[in-house]
Design a protein around this ligand. Structure first.
Ligand SMILES: *Cc1c(COP(=O)(O)O)cnc(C)c1O
Length: 724
């Protein structure tokens, strides 16, 4: 078992009999364990909702009388003891998958770097899919028992809160993430002072302290520059994600890559493998080379060869413009002290990551990472192809197909995204230990044994739950005041919990084409309002606060949603986050995704939906191109490449409405869905779960990373006893 570096605080006054609730709160294991959450719910359900599922706030605010009552309740105490036992078993388990197979490697460490982590709604340190992927990856590493440590940022403000004005304009507000209100722990040194690291920035030293989040068995260390040693501006350096200010961006990335490695050293780690999730952390490469040169006396060539053998880089960006790169004046400003220490000239240094783009030469983070990694991968098969083409210039002697970038398709952490009622069906029909074999495709064939009535009853329950939740949110929002009544209608109060419901929720990046379904509005409105077979669409998502294009898209959708001809069946929900995501991906009937191919590197929200018996209706891009089999959902458009994006949009929009009108709506209402059982629809659901749940699980994904990348690096470290 990993030892954590922080001490548990003792600041709650809980009755002795249940005082381990504090310890439970400080380990995010509860976020993917419903029964653990139900402990809080049983104490005070309404408070649990009011504190937005934050156990620290909960324990601080819960009334003593409630705690005393449950302490005298035998049924509750038995439940409490059972949960604490399973928590202890999870944490102390010696027979994890990793231990059973690779006990000889348990002294080694895999270090994972990411700019954002989507762990739970209370930690606003993620913006979207990349973060959720990192969060899910860490949880799965814990489930498998991998010797894993993760590094990221504690953002004091995090991603913004979204409000939509009456005219559909997105407004961003920021709230401070208050450390003492979160299950996050300070890391201290031997003297009981905060453990600090620092990096060099132009004309100053930037200090950062380290926080720990316990994610099951895995520690996640977060850097935070909000310390008295720093200037006011530097204290805010880690306040927000993805700033548009280039100085902030490069400083953050210096802190993540260089500071992150220093943090691991300060914590006593000597990782064998380093996994860079996207290019933001690529400066890590420079720090590792510097270490080997200054501390072990290697020359630049030897040091970089050594570093390369243990690096892994995962790219997520299929468009050149989406990649992280810095103009050379910034590189001069921030790195002129470094190239000398690495024994390089300016030109040699820039050549490490040179990327000639339309505005000139840039220092490209993905190029740096690609050049200095042993293993490089894209996140779906098509994205692999696109990446090999995009980065071909780095391997000019090879044929495009032989560019050494492979792919490992993304997946989702099953227990994080699976609805409780669905999990009961799986417990019953897949066998009690199905969680030990999530990646096993044969196991999932037993989904066919779930009786149609039971599966449909759960699906209907989840949709009702979504509708009630949306209505409750609208009520709270209306009560707060400051919004126009039509905005309340637009936020879903008129939803019919029995009508065919389509979900579309994701970041509003233009390539995701949230407005594709609106391209032929009269035809859509006719479909939406068809007597006896209505269709509802739920939209949600944020645009980057500095991105006009994304905000205009939200406005276009919002203005449409507000029109009376939609009859309240088109809905836009503010403030998309992991909590709202859970409700929507579990509650709708159909999950729609309309990226402009091939821009969706993978996508994961459709995988979450599939796990819960929701059918995918998507462009054959990213993961869905691999998942779709003709019977487990529907395709939008063809498996082809376009050169003209206007033509592509038009073809896809037509395909979308055709399939919706001629196939999806009739199939759903075939047997009178509101009372009878839509047997063909249910057959598709079973096909979808059976074929998609194992293949697009985080279990399958992390096992692939392990077998193809982590394990060979660990074996080689074992052989050569390289400790750096
Ligand atoms: C899963 C998830 C995403 C990623 O969704 P895609 O449609 O795959 O891009 C983004 N945001 C949240 C809150 C999520 O839960």
């Amino acid at each position: 078992m990993k030892t954590f570096r922080s001490q548990l605080p003792n600041h709650f006054s809980l009755p002795r009999r249940i005082n381990r609730l504090a310890e439970l709160s400080y380990n995010l294991w509860w976020t993917w364990n419903y029964d653990a959450q139900r402990l809080f719910i049983r104490i005070d359900r309404s408070l649990w909702e009011r504190v937005y599922h934050n156990p620290i706030l909960f324990l601080r605010q819960v009334e003593r009388a409630r705690l005393n009552a449950v302490t005298n309740n035998r049924v509750f105490l038995e439940f409490y003891d059972r949960i604490m036992r399973s928590f202890d078993q999870y944490m102390q388990r010696e027979d994890t998958w990793f231990r059973r197979n690779y006990a000889d490697l348990s002294e080694q460490t895999i270090a994972y770097f990411s700019m954002e982590y989507g762990l739970h709604e209370i930690f606003r340190i993620y913006a979207g899919g990349l973060g959720v992927l990192s969060g899910d990856h860490v949880k799965e590493a814990s489930d498998l028992g991998l010797p894993f440590v993760a590094v990221g940022f504690f953002y004091s403000e995090g991603y913004f809160n979204q409000r939509i004005t009456e005219d559909g304009w997105q407004e961003a507000t920021y709230t401070r993430n208050s450390l003492e209100d979160l299950p996050i722990l300070p890391v201290m040194d031997e003297l009981g002072k905060p453990l600090m690291i620092s990096v060099e920035l132009p004309g100053r030293i930037l200090a950062a302290r380290i926080w720990e989040i316990r994610v099951g068995r895995v520690p996640l260390y977060l850097l935070d520059t909000n310390v008295p040693e720093n200037s006011l501006a530097d204290r805010n350096l880690t306040a927000r994600l993805y700033s548009s200010d280039l100085d902030v961006r490069i400083s953050q990335e210096i802190l993540l890559g260089i500071g992150g490695q220093r943090a691991l050293r300060a914590l006593g780690y000597t990782p064998s493998a380093y996994h860079m999730n996207e290019g933001h952390s690529a400066f890590l490469v420079l720090e590792r080379i510097r270490e080997l040169m200054e501390e072990d006396g290697l020359n630049f060539k030897e040091a970089s060869d050594t570093v390369r053998t243990s690096n892994i880089f995962t790219t997520h960006t299929p468009v050149p413009a989406g990649n992280d790169e810095f103009a050379l004046w910034l590189v001069d400003k921030y790195f002129s002290h470094i190239w000398e220490r690495l024994g390089l000239t300016r030109e040699q240094f820039i050549d490490l990551a040179r990327h000639t783009v339309n505005w000139g030469d840039a220092f490209s983070m993905p190029v740096l990472a690609l050049r200095f990694s042993q293993y490089r991968n894209a996140v779906s098969e098509l994205h692999g192809r696109v990446s090999r083409k995009m980065w071909h210039f780095l391997w000019p002697d090879r044929k495009e197909d032989d560019v050494p970038i492979t792919h490992i398709t993304n997946g989702v952490h099953t227990d994080t995204w699976l609805a409780r009622r669905m999990s009961y069906l799986y417990d019953r029909y897949l066998g009690a230990d199905w969680r030990d074999h999530i990646e096993d495709e044969e196991l999932w064939e037993q989904v066919e044994n779930i009786p149609d009535e039971q599966l449909w009853a759960v699906r209907r329950h989840l949709k009702r739950k979504l509708a009630y939740y949306i209505r409750e949110r609208a009520r709270q929002r209306w009560r707060l005041g400051g919004i126009h009544p039509v905005q309340t209608l637009a936020s879903g109060v008129l939803l019919d919990p029995y009508a065919l419901t389509i979900g579309f929720a994701r970041r509003f990046a233009p390539y995701k084409r949230a407005n594709l379904v609106l391209k032929n509005l009269p035809r859509l409105l006719e479909l939406v309002n068809r007597p006896g077979m209505p269709v509802q669409i739920i939209f949600a998502g944020k645009s980057h606060p500095d991105h006009e294009g994304g905000k205009l898209l939200i406005q276009e959708v919002y203005r449409t949603v507000k029109r009376s001809e939609t009859a309240g069946r088109l809905v836009f929900l503010e403030e998309y986050d992991m909590n709202l995501a859970r409700y929507i991906i579990q509650g709708v009937d159909v999950w729609m995704n309309t990226p402009r191919r091939p821009n969706e590197a993978s996508g994961t929200s459709g995988q979450k939906a599939a796990l819960n018996g929701v059918l995918n209706f998507s462009v054959l891009d990213g993961w869905w191109r691999e998942g779709y089999n003709g019977m487990n959902g529907w395709a939008i458009g063809e498996d082809v490449d376009y050169t003209d994006s206007l033509q592509q949009d038009e073809a896809d929009a037509n395909s979308l409405l055709d399939t919706l009108e001629k196939e999806i709506v009739p199939l759903y209402y075939q047997d009178g869905a509101s009372d009878g059982l839509p047997t063909e629809w249910i057959a598709r659901i079973k096909n979808s779960i059976r074929t998609l749940a194992p293949q697009f699980s985080m279990r399958r994904m992390v096992l692939e990373y392990f077998r193809e990348m982590y394990l060979p690096i660990m074996r080689q470290a074992e052989d050569t006893r390289i400790v750096k």
